[in-house]
Design a protein. Structure first.
Lengths: 600, 133, 243
């Protein structure tokens, strides 16, 4: 393999061209057209995983709704592990960003009077989810991508794979990337870099994520000393197709779908989410938060009340009572998926579903300005952890997060870049050459050990076994041990392809390296959090939330040749002290109690 | 420096032969040649008429030849298919049409267009017969 | 089940060839899963694009038994007992194996100004533009394009002359032209009037047939021919208006 190195200078580099990356790039271009933005992505922008988001994006619009309500839903939904100053900023900017997207052409679903329509969503007390049929992420992504073509200062590097960050003087000053079509390298230098590379759900076996969701940006920042925050919090989506992990959107339940066990019983009423009313009620039953619903599945399975199918245990998603007309109008994608993959017409039969990994709440630790602790390095979207999701993300908060904080990251990076001095090109070139050699090692000096696919399969299985919906210390320990073993074997991994053009075997090898680092951060963070909170639930004597010890963010620090070092940083609490996180009738009672207290 | 070597595939000469949809398209296109041929036949008739009675009768005799009748039978079949193919793609050529708030389905446009044409032909034929009775 | 997969390694193959792989059959298994099986278990050198697995990212378009389809939404059961022939998406240059070059499509997409050029400027603080469900309906179907490019592989005119703007991009131009918020239809129509615009289309209609999202690009192209023709003739009728 022979690979050359080109050099490109920009003002801001954005890695990843999904919702957050495109929004960041547009923000830079709009703030100052003279700034050159290099927008780098390993796939064409409209292939980014934002495209798969179905349900919607939250923004307060109704007269009976308020920013306070959105704030409280988010903070309680996150089991008080949210940074409340950031949540305040977030909820205040959601609607404006969604309107901005409307101005850019996003085909939001409308009310008869022409205003944007909103729908109910899990964990949200009042309807505030903007949606575009059941392909909201798709429409947001295409709107952003097409709008981005308006700005000549955005120079896209489509199908370039980011292989390393360039850090000089303690500042992030660029990236090294591989042009996938040729295997040539390019060095990009800039005053600031925005990471917008998305999540890491593919480290688990059962997941809803696209093949590209491999935690690249998280791992790159982490390897350069930036801590990964709250990585133990991994969201399961309760209604996924067995085997493939494909998602049946939460909107199915927002529209009034039921979850039944094998006896046709709406089992969620047994898990503090009842009472079971025939009409959907916000924050109750099927519209409870995702972590609770996924946990209820686990219990039903243990009780033997789930349905055995050829692809594993399942509960039933029942949409039959909604009728064919409403289903085809409001949930066309779901009808299509069920018919094509399972041969099921949701108007006639129930759909077997189970929880699968959906979202990583954790990520690169950044502040309210999307800035990481490394000057010049910013992060937004799923790869970042700015503290708005806490221990569990509410559905429809993440799509709008990509906009709100994508913009923040872009503006902050642009401002930083204007004042940042650049290291001499020769220094950067030297660093880039080393990075190039490291990335090429997989193909120029391939190991004789395991195949990439074999290691990847073992990693996904051990994460599923030890780091799933419920966690037990001993199982977590064996997952940690297994990951250490896999990392050691990865050093001798075999890549059976030394060609230059479109060498995807090589890229899968590099991605596996990223995934193993991220998986380790997850497992070790989970190991050390000896309590149960939000999506992190333990069964080994730590079944309760422990605010005295763990009302803190976990920080995982990379250590070369060993497991991560775990420490903690405080959670910012401004106006909502930790309370009881209750849903259904219990939630309403809790709310009344609170109102009484505040009224006194 | 690695280079790309994208391979450009040429379309095979029989590209339309292997795919039923494209085959039907090509039949539609080829029938238009026969439509043109018939236009020339008619044009020849008009030209003969302009040259006087004898020429026109001669043209009519040629038309009455059994081979010519068979040819016209073929032309009729071709015409019917060609016309049908146009009504078939008519929905693709029109903007959305709404009736009572609902979008008119493609089949309704096709059959509606066809019905209108049959009606027009009927009126024309009826009118001609009435005028020449 | 046997899969005959197109292979083209630009560094060693003078031209594409086919390689046969035996994959396990299941009646819910997709062609994409079969390719992934090949990549993971049989031959890591096989390259193809994929990501979402749910027919929305538009990556995995390929010609399956000669028909342009998304591999994730095509099932082995449709071809039982096989074999199935899998080619790179027709009409596009092959970069390697099943990976084609999308550069031409992307350049065309960017060329038609695929963004709102507002009819009336409005500030974000003034809230959203009002748009009734009926106004949305006028263009909504054309927003559903996932840029999978199957329609280009289906279009013989694009195969014959790659300068043709093509179904997907014309549908996208129409999407913005038909949007009540947009006021730049005339700007875009200039390009559509051109020889390589609408008039390269001979109404084959196969593009709409293969579209996995029911966008019906043939409708977008052909309904504009009327406007384009009218525009052309009106220029003769109205001698004063030659601008």
């Amino acid at each position: 393999m022979t690979a050359s190195m080109e050099f490109f200078k920009a003002d801001v580099i954005v890695v990843g061209a999904g919702g957050a990356g495109l929004r960041a790039a547009i923000a830079v271009a709009e703030s100052d057209p003279s700034l050159v933005v290099a927008l780098l992505s390993k796939v064409y922008p409209m292939r980014s995983h934002t495209v798969s988001a179905e349900g919607g994006a939250a923004g307060v619009t109704r007269d009976d709704d308020s920013l306070d309500e959105h704030f409280h839903d988010t903070v309680a939904g996150g089991d008080w592990l949210c940074d409340q100053d950031v949540v305040d900023y977030f909820v205040a900017h959601c609607t404006g960003e969604l309107v901005q997207l409307e101005h850019w052409g996003c085909p939001w679903s409308r009310k008869p009077d022409g205003h944007v329509n909103v729908r109910a969503f899990g964990g949200m007390k009042i309807e505030r989810t903007w949606f575009a049929a059941d392909v909201t992420g798709f429409h947001m992504l295409h709107t952003l991508f097409q709008t981005s073509t308006k700005y000549p200062s955005i120079r896209r590097f489509d199908e370039y794979f980011c292989s390393d960050l360039l850090v000089e003087d303690g500042r992030c000053q660029g990236v090294v990337a591989i042009e996938i079509a040729t295997g040539n390298f390019v060095t990009l230098q800039a005053g600031a870099v925005v990471m917008a590379t998305g999540g890491a759900g593919r480290v688990f076996r059962e997941n809803t994520n696209g093949g590209i969701v491999t935690g690249d940006g998280m791992a790159l920042a982490y390897r350069h000393g930036v801590p990964l925050c709250d990585m133990e919090f991994v969201q399961y989506h309760p209604t996924c197709m067995l085997g493939t992990g494909l998602l049946f959107t939460e909107a199915c339940r927002g529209e009034g779908g039921f979850l039944l066990n094998k006896d046709g019983y709406r089992y969620l009423q047994d898990y503090g989410l009842g009472p079971a009313s025939p009409e959907p009620r916000n924050k109750a039953m099927e519209l409870g938060p995702r972590d609770r619903l996924s946990q209820a599945f686990w219990h039903e399975q243990k009780k033997g009340r789930t349905l055995a199918t050829s692809r594993g245990e399942a509960v039933q998603l029942d949409l039959r009572h909604l009728g064919a007309k409403k289903l085809h109008e409001r949930l066309p994608l779901i009808c299509e998926l069920a018919k094509d993959h399972l041969g099921i017409d949701p108007a006639q039969a129930t759909i077997p579903v189970r929880p699968a990994v959906h979202y990583t709440m954790g990520g690169i630790r950044v502040d309210i300005n999307a800035a990481s602790q490394m000057p010049g390095l910013y992060a937004a979207g799923e790869c970042a952890s700015n503290g708005i999701h806490g221990a569990n993300r509410l559905g429809s908060n993440s799509l709008v997060e990509t906009l709100v904080f994508g913009k923040v990251a872009g503006l902050q990076a642009a401002a930083f870049s204007k004042t940042a001095s650049l290291a001499p090109e020769s220094t950067i070139r030297k660093q880039a050459a080393d990075a190039q050699a490291r990335a090429l090692r997989l193909v120029t000096d391939p190991g004789k050990g395991d195949r990439v696919a074999a290691l990847r399969g073992e990693m996904a299985q051990t994460m599923e076994d030890g780091c799933g919906i419920y966690r037990i210390g001993a199982e977590l320990q064996s997952t940690c041990d297994k990951l250490a073993d896999l990392k050691e074997r990865y050093a001798r991994v075999r890549v059976d392809d030394a060609s230059n053009n479109w060498n995807t075997a090589w890229l899968l090898g590099l991605e596996l390296g990223y995934q193993l680092d991220v998986a380790q951060a997850m497992a070790h963070s989970a190991m050390e959090r000896r309590e149960s909170r939000g999506s992190h639930q333990r069964l080994d004597g730590f079944t309760e939330r422990d605010d005295s010890q763990y009302l803190r963010h976990t920080l995982a620090h990379h250590q070369a040749g060993g497991p991560p070092r775990i420490d903690y940083c405080p959670v910012t609490i401004t106006r909502s002290p930790p309370g009881v996180r209750a849903y259904g009738a219990a939630g309403e009672a809790e709310e009344q109690k609170e109102q009484k207290v505040s009224g006194e | 420096m690695n280079v790309r070597r994208p391979y450009v595939r040429r379309m095979e000469p029989g590209w339309w032969w292997k795919n039923a949809f494209l085959l039907r398209y090509m039949i539609r296109e080829m029938t238009s040649l026969l439509v043109a041929v018939y236009a020339f036949v008619l044009l020849a008739g008009v030209f003969a008429l302009s040259r006087g009675d004898a020429a026109y009768r001669q043209w009519l005799d040629v038309m009455a030849n059994p081979w010519s009748v068979a040819f016209h039978g073929l032309l009729l079949a071709v015409f019917l298919y060609h016309s049908w193919s146009w009504f078939e793609i008519m929905p693709k050529t029109l903007p959305q049409i709404r009736l009572g708030g609902r979008r008119l389905p493609a089949a309704a446009i096709t059959w509606g267009g066809l019905a209108a044409t049959v009606a027009c032909c009927g009126i024309l034929l009826g009118g001609t017969l009435w005028l020449t009775r | 089940m046997k899969l005959e997969v197109m292979r083209y390694l630009p560094e060693s193959d003078p031209e594409p060839r086919h390689q046969v792989y035996e994959v396990p059959y299941s009646d819910t298994g997709s062609v994409l899963e079969a390719l992934q099986y090949i990549k993971d278990e049989l031959d890591p050198t096989l390259s193809f694009r994929w990501s979402c697995r749910m027919a929305i990212c538009g990556s995995c378009g390929m010609n399956i038994n000669g028909v342009p389809r998304l591999a994730c939404r095509t099932f082995l059961r449709e071809y039982f007992p096989g074999p199935v022939r899998i080619d790179a998406l027709a009409h596009f240059p092959v970069e390697r194996d099943l990976v084609i070059s999308a550069a031409d499509f992307i350049a065309k997409l960017e060329s038609i100004k695929p963004y709102i050029i507002p009819r009336v400027e409005r500030d974000v603080s003034e809230g959203e533009y009002l748009q009734t469900p009926l106004e949305l309906e006028k263009f909504n179907q054309f927003t559903k394009c996932i840029n999978c490019m199957l329609c280009y592989a289906a279009c013989p005119q694009y195969g014959i002359d790659p300068a043709f703007l093509g179904p997907g991009v014309i549908a996208l131009a129409h999407r913005y032209n038909a949007d009540s918020r947009d006021g730049a239809a005339e700007e875009r129509m200039g390009q559509l009037h051109a020889e390589e615009g609408l008039w390269s289309c001979t109404a084959v209609g196969y593009c709409s047939e293969v579209c996995p999202k029911d966008v019906d690009p043939a409708n977008a192209v052909n309904q504009n021919k009327m406007a384009s023709a009218l525009d052309y003739f009106l220029r003769f009728v109205k001698p004063g208006d030659k601008s």
